[in-house]
Design a protein around this ligand. Structure first.
Ligand code: CDP
Ligand code: MG
Length: 725
């Protein structure tokens, strides 16, 4: 019989059980040595003493993983109440939940769980629940008091994402509503939940009777904790009426900062060179590289692997690990594993690794100084993704990652004088994004006066007005700026960009909802095709067998259908693993991103509803949602004209006309744009098209475009276009 005694079964030769105990002990030790551990009791006293608490602490001090466990142990989950922790990023919610489940020694989805859009890992036993801030906002639509929560922790508040900012405003009023007797139901539309699905609005007499039932009752108060890695808590404290702020002392070793002498013309090349310089010349320690997105990470990953092959065998001990939001979660966890003995890890990350997740073992940081950010112009009404320089605060956070466990080095791939020019901190996202989704959400939560809403920082009046206009044009709002029935209510219920939501609703009228569901799923994931520089021609040829002359939307549908057919065929005998393998091979041969296709399939078929055998509880199952709304799910078969007409009807604000020089002019904004080279229409260049998004790099590129007839615009969007124009 193997010994059950942890003390007697140390070492890696003692079998899996011994490994398990050794790991458990190590985790216990790690937990105890975290800076936050020494102040557990004090923190719990602070939470008991204050309904709103702001906790500021350096990244890696243990806030995200430990605080919820402390609260659980301190009895904040009595009466079955839940501790909710929101994260701006999906990856953080998932990886942190996994870590905490392991620390607690429980199965994921039991005491500890997570919930993000399209993936729910919670059950009725879940007491510590990690989720995205956007998901909690959607929960507020179903339960305006968020009554199942005893504590809500808004984590990474310094990131100031739109969802965080809206959530802070909503939580402020929820807390107020829960602290007094119920004399009035909040001005949020009272909705009944059935399996978590909003059925309809209560009418006035129902509303009066539920008010009578509830009058005088008291809800349990809600504790709010705002956590931030930025050392300046003043803004948050002021917003919450002078709320108490505490500081958790972190541990930081010195980090040497190196700059380049001159600006780099090709920062990816410079990144590659720096990775190998560190690998070949510096002492042991892992490397963390900050890149701007999935595509860039994938291309650097390929380049590093190629370059490794050119090195002598003994110098190839480098393990490359990517981490970004849309990476499947089993892959995300790999960055936290120690590298194999003798190997050095190099982690290629988006700014997720800035503060959201702490990766152990990092000694070197490479920072090209860039980040992908949203920008919005209220004048043109166009939102775009742009790669911009980081702020000073971000640069400091990034270099700080090198000094958590010992002295480290940070290589900034720009000259020192450029650092001085960076802005001190990042502008909150709410000031630089298209607000139509936010406005729709707030309207659905019963907030009528958007400009008067208690934002921590108000978005510009112009941007609010523009989004009200857009929502009115899409038919979501009435002339009086109220949520329209049924379209506005339906749109608010779909966890999608308003234009995508509208496309689905219209598709049921155009008899092509089957196709539009696939298109929206494919548009919700990052790039389906990839084309390595050295195999560009091969990739183009492969892509040809899917391409549709009508445009990218139909091309994406072709890819989806081909992959789906293959998957279903190879799943015969129910061998899912074999089917996945066949799929990966097929994707590789066709230069298709297998992860993205799999994600799209999950979104479309809702295959991810948790392995706990639970029925999906949330309203992010798009297909289920549209069915419950009574939308007609039908296929247009080969009649692709219908589908394209539907695209024109939904994306009319994103219509563009070809100019004599081959560029395009966006009709609604007058902006000059170009078709992205990855589009199937890059060469054909139709006279008129609609596009899904605008991406700004060195050009204004439009991505995912489809051909439309410009005469359709006045016919299908008469609210916007007249024939004369
Ligand atoms: O939230 P904060 O930045 O204060 O720290 P945290 O995310 O709670 O991380 C505390 C510790 O847990 C760090 O030392 C991480 O390296 C470790 N951790 C880990 O090993 N694996 C994870 N998946 C998450 C955290
Ligand atoms: Mg954290």
């Amino acid at each position: 019989m193997p010994s059950m005694d942890p003390a007697g079964s140390k070492g890696s030769n003692g079998g899996p059980k011994a490994d398990f105990f050794a790991r458990k002990q190590r985790i216990e030790q790690q937990r105890k040595s975290l800076p936050i551990a020494s102040v557990e009791k004090r923190l719990m006293d602070e939470v008991r003493g204050h309904d709103i608490l702001i906790i500021v602490g350096e990244t890696g001090s243990g806030k995200t993983t430990q605080l919820p466990q402390y609260l659980f142990n301190a009895g904040f989950c009595r009466d079955g109440k839940i501790i909710g922790i929101t994260q701006p990023r999906r990856v953080a919610a998932v990886t942190v939940a996994k870590r905490v489940a392991e620390e607690c020694g429980v199965e994921m989805g039991q005491r500890v769980g997570y919930s993000i859009r399209f993936d729910d890992m919670t059950s009725s036993s879940t007491r510590i629940k990690y989720m995205t801030d956007g998901l909690l906002l959607r929960e507020a639509l179903l339960d305006k008091y968020l009554s199942k929560y005893s504590v809500i922790i808004v984590d990474e508040a310094h990131e100031r994402t739109v969802d965080t900012d809206v959530l802070l405003g909503i939580l402020k009023s929820v807390q107020k509503a829960r602290s007094g007797p119920i004399n009035q139901l909040p001005n949020i539309d009272h909705t009944k939940a059935n399996n978590g699905v909003v059925i309809d609005k209560e009418n006035d007499s129902q509303r009066a009777s539920s008010l009578n039932r509830c009058r005088g009752l008291k809800l349990s108060p809600l504790k709010l904790i705002i956590m931030s890695a930025s050392l300046d808590a003043r803004g948050f404290s002021e917003y919450f009426g002078g709320a108490r702020a505490v500081h958790v002392q972190g541990r930081q070793f010195p980090v040497d900062i190196f700059y380049t002498k001159a600006p780099e013309t090709d920062y990816l090349d410079a990144t590659l060179i720096t990775i190998f310089q560190i690998h070949l010349e510096e002492g042991a320690g892992d490397v963390l590289v900050f890149l701007t997105g999935q595509e860039e990470i994938e291309s650097v990953e390929r380049l590093v692997l190629e370059k490794l092959q050119q090195l002598p065998e003994e110098k190839r001990k480098l393990k490359v690990l990517p981490i970004y939001s849309s990476l499947p979660s089993e892959k995300q966890m790999q960055v936290f594993m120690p590298a194999p003995t003798g190997f050095r890890k190099v982690i290629l990350a988006t700014n997720i690794a800035e503060t959201s997740v702490t990766i152990p073992g990092i000694k070197y940081v490479i920072d090209p100084g860039l980040v992908k950010a949203r920008t919005y112009s209220a004048r043109t009404g166009m939102e775009s993704l742009v790669v911009v320089p980081t702020s000073k605060a971000q640069a400091l956070q990034r270099s700080g990652r090198a000094g958590r466990e010992g002295p480290g080095k940070c290589f900034r791939l720009y000259p020192e004088r450029e650092f001085e020019k960076l802005s001190d901190s990042t502008v909150p996202e709410i000031k630089r994004c298209n607000l139509s989704k936010v406005v729709l959400q707030l309207k659905a939560l019963g907030v009528d006066d958007i400009i008067g809403f208690d934002f921590m920082e108000k978005p510009s009046r112009e941007a609010v007005i523009k989004s009200l206009e857009l929502l009115t044009l899409l038919g979501a709002l009435t002339e009086e700026s109220r949520l329209s029935k049924p379209v506005g209510h339906q749109m608010a219920r779909l966890p999608l960009d308003p234009t995508h939501a509208k496309a689905l609703i219209l598709a049921s009228q155009f008899n092509c909802l089957e196709e539009m569901l696939i298109a929206v799923a494919m548009l919700s994931v990052e790039s389906i095709f990839y084309a390595p520089r050295e195999k560009l021609e091969e990739a183009r040829t492969a892509a040809k067998c899917f391409s549709s002359l009508e445009g990218d939307h139909l091309t994406l549908i072709n890819v989806y259908r081909a992959s789906d057919e293959l998957f279903e065929k190879s799943k015969i005998g129910n061998n899912r693993e074999k089917a996945e393998k066949t799929m990966r091979k097929w994707c590789k041969e066709n230069f298709i991103n297998s992860r993205s296709v799999r994600q799209a399939r999950d979104i479309h078929r809702q295959a991810t509803s948790s392995f706990l055998g639970l029925k999906p509880k949330y309203d992010w199952q798009i297909r289920e949602n549209v069915e419950q709304m009574g939308l007609h799910v039908a296929s247009c078969g080969d009649d692709m004209l219908q589908f394209r007409r539907c695209l024109a009807a939904a994306f009319f604000l994103n219509a563009a006309l070809k100019q004599p020089d081959g560029t395009y002019r966006v009709l609604s904004s007058g902006q000059s744009v170009q078709i992205h080279p990855s589009s199937v229409l890059f060469r054909t260049k139709p006279d008129c098209l609609i596009f899904d998004e605008l991406v700004r790099t060195n050009h204004n590129y439009i991505r995912n475009v489809s051909r439309v007839d410009y005469l359709w615009l006045p016919e299908l969007a008469p609210q916007y276009y007249t024939l004369k124009e």
